[in-house]
Design a protein around this ligand. Structure first.
Ligand SMILES: Cc1ncc(C[n+]2csc(CCOP(=O)(O)OP(=O)(O)O)c2C)c(N)n1
Length: 665
């Protein structure tokens, strides 16, 4: 006899309460509450193949309420992904594939890391944008080779987070008809019943965004859920929010409906009671064969993928160039001759020797690279004219025409970066998104998530210091660059002129295993002369830009807009007979990865007289200048005045560098 839907859902409930109990930590409430919804969605709608979690046209599933991780682990295990029961037994243990929150790259089938509430839904919006835009660029009559849904589970917590407003608002504007979100409306968050802190009219809120809202769905009634999903899929011009009334911890007779089961093990007594209540007589982690059979999606998934593969072969025959390009883009490979063309552009930038703001140099790089790479999907959080992110081939995407290569994100920095992460995870694009460096803080955690997940997105930051001037201290970064540099797996670049900027862009686009932050000035900067070897060493993150004869008396280390004044200072110091070396250090993290011999050749240990120069927080630089060195930089907030006045006022000048160097003993 085949299992009932409730029995199948109860397998999720049992696995969740048992795994949390075994780990003695975790969140049983959400998985037990959403199990019936998950059963209907995964059994009847999800287009996926457990045998190949990377199938390009799979539906994407995002558990934005990532604390309910046992829900997704149960689903992946039960449907047949390579996630054996031992992994569920090892929930939350070191080196298991089942960490406390779903981590991208651990269990097969986890599409994104979730846990920081609100960001999962931003990733889901990004995935839905990627699907829609990729489809518009590649599908042909009779060949819908890009054609999948993005499903997202979210709780009250995600809806309370501001980022959900940013991204759901944009999702409505962009008419993401294949995005379906399920709100776990259980009235509970950690502190208890949400009436005291969350009383929004959520359906009205989402209607105002332009979503289709299906309200008052009983999240424990499979037919109501099935009807809602059918209606969601039928609406192709708007995203859909299905508001599911659920009981947190459904099945736990004494703890369901209360925050007691949100984030703590139910306890052995209560688990026993829940087993009786659910009529689930099996031992922990023991799933009967007929329940496994009811969930198993391996055969049906293989058939679905096979049908798509056949369609793709026919597409390849009819549209060979498009098929080859789509294959390349989905693999994340650079176009043929990329390195050669990029190097020619770098040389050209060097030869031009233009004195421009590095944000302008960045725009020149974007022009070149976005023209070479149609997968570049640019954008800015309403600062295109300041960030200089528009190139001659820019085409904005809209609900009506999603085929473009640029997203007008509006004033939504955090949303932008979360969406970029979803786009990057989906595949087919190389997103970049821009804002003022100061506002990286609004988006900080999404940049961290890109770094944690290893998504090679590019975060573009302009107006990088007090040199930006009149906007004043609210807009003048001080500690932000250090913050970016301290983020593991983020490559941070602060180039000093056109050639360094071109190298930074090339390096960011060549990365496959993590994001890059590219930091640019508002003000004009002098181009630096370099010989061929120096030019090739820019990619090493730090190199000798100007040298003396013999061993240096002092080494000056600078980045970005301070390289120019540091070279000036070096000239003045040389005139007084000092042997001075200038090191340009556009990327400290890239420099740190070079071998010891190279690093020693740039910063010989024997030279302890060192000055670092950067119009940003001084503290970061002590690891390069040591206790014997000093730093010309900032340790207070800025002021409002023209940039040149401020640089003088705060002593970020060639004279200050000379004085600092002379003061070393
Ligand atoms: C950004 C962020 N802030 C706080 C938390 C801690 N946290 C985890 S779950 C939760 C409450 C979530 O409530 P809800 O979405 O209703 O989940 P449920 O109680 O229904 O499981 C909080 C505050 C978090 N994970 N992320």
């Amino acid at each position: 006899m085949s299992s009932t839907r409730r029995e199948l859902a109860n397998a999720i409930r049992a696995l969740s309460m048992d795994a949390v109990q075994q780990a003695n930590s975790g969140h049983p409430g959400a998985p037990m509450g959403m199990a019936d919804i998950a059963q209907v969605l995964w059994a009847d709608h999800m287009q996926h193949n457990p045998g190949n979690p990377d199938w390009a046209n799979r539906d994407r599933f995002v558990l934005s309420n990532g604390h309910g991780s046992m829900l997704i682990y149960s689903l992946l295990h039960l449907t047949g992904y390579a996630l054996p029961i031992e992994e569920l037994r090892n929930f939350r243990q070191l080196h298991s594939k089942t960490p406390g929150h779903p981590e991208y790259g651990y269990a097969p089938g986890v599409e994104t890391t979730t846990g920081p509430l609100g960001q999962g839904v931003s990733n889901a919006v990004g995935m839905a944008i990627a699907e829609k835009t990729l489809a518009a660029q590649f599908n042909q009559p009779n060949f819908d080779v890009v054609d999948h849904f993005t499903y997202c589970f979210l709780g009250d917590g995600c809806l309370m987070e501001g980022i959900s407003h940013e991204v759901c608002s944009l999702a409505g504007t962009l008419g993401l008809g294949k995005l379906v979100a399920f709100w776990d409306d259980n009235g509970i968050s950690i502190d208890g019943h949400v009436e005291g802190w969350f009383t929004d009219n959520t359906p009205a809120r989402f209607e105002a965004y332009g979503w289709q809202v299906i309200a008052n769905v009983d999240g424990h009634d499979p037919q109501a859920i099935a009807d809602a999903i059918a209606a969601a899929k039928a609406e192709t011009s708007k995203p859909t929010l299905i508001c599911c009334k659920t009981i947190i911890g459904f099945g736990s007779p004494n703890k369901s409906g209360s925050h007691d089961c949100h984030g703590a093990p139910l306890g052995l007594e209560e688990i026993k009671a829940a087993r009786e209540f659910l009529n689930w007589p099996y031992a922990p982690f023991d799933i009967p064969a007929d329940i496994y059979a009811g969930w198993d999606a391996k055969a049906s998934g293989a058939v679905k993928e096979q049908a798509w593969n056949e369609k793709f072969v026919a597409y390849q025959q009819t549209h060979p160039e498009l098929a080859a390009e789509l294959t390349r883009r989905l693999a994340g490979d650079l176009p043929a001759n990329f390195a050669e063309k990029a190097d020619a552009f770098i040389q050209e930038s060097q030869d031009k020797s233009e004195n421009v703001a590095s944000r302008k140099a960045s725009q020149n790089s974007i022009e070149t690279f976005a023209t070479l790479m149609p997968e570049v999907l640019g954008g800015s959080a309403d600062l295109a004219g300041s960030n200089l992110t528009i190139w001659s081939g820019t085409k904005g995407i809209s609900a009506e025409d999603p085929s473009g290569n640029y997203i007008y994100y509006g004033v939504r920095e955090f949303g932008m970066c979360g969406i970029m992460n979803g786009i990057g995870l989906h595949g087919g694009f190389r997103p970049f998104g821009a804002t003022f460096l100061m506002f990286m803080e609004y988006a900080r955690n999404a940049v961290r998530m890109a770094s944690l997940m290893g998504i090679p997105n590019i975060f573009v930051y302009t107006h990088d210091s007090i040199g930006q001037g009149e906007d004043g201290p609210t807009h003048q970064p001080i500690e932000q660059i250090a913050n970016l540099r301290l983020t593991p797996n983020l490559a941070t670049w602060r180039p000093c002129d056109g050639a360094e900027t071109a190298v930074a862009w090339k390096s960011a686009l060549e990365r496959k295993d993590g994001p890059s932050a590219l930091i640019f000035s508002r003000q004009g900067l002098p181009a630096q002369p370099r010989n061929a070897q120096q030019l090739s060493h820019v990619a090493k993150g730090g190199y000798v830009l100007k040298d003396c004869v013999g061993s240096p008396d002092v080494i000056l280390i600078a980045t970005g807009s301070e390289v120019g004044i540091t070279v000036e200072a070096a000239e003045q110091l040389s005139d007084t007979g000092m042997a001075v070396r200038v090191v340009s250090m556009p990327s400290t993290s890239v420099f740190d990865k070079q071998d010891a011999e190279y690093r020693e050749s740039v910063l010989p240990r024997s030279v302890t007289k060192r000055v670092a120069v950067e119009a940003a927080h001084v503290d970061f630089w002590h690891k390069y200048v040591g206790l014997g060195g000093t730093v010309v930089g900032m340790s207070t907030f800025g002021e409002s005045a023209p940039g040149a006045v401020l640089l003088k006022y705060f002593d970020i000048t060639a004279e200050a560098v000379v004085k600092a160097a002379k003061g070393l003993n």
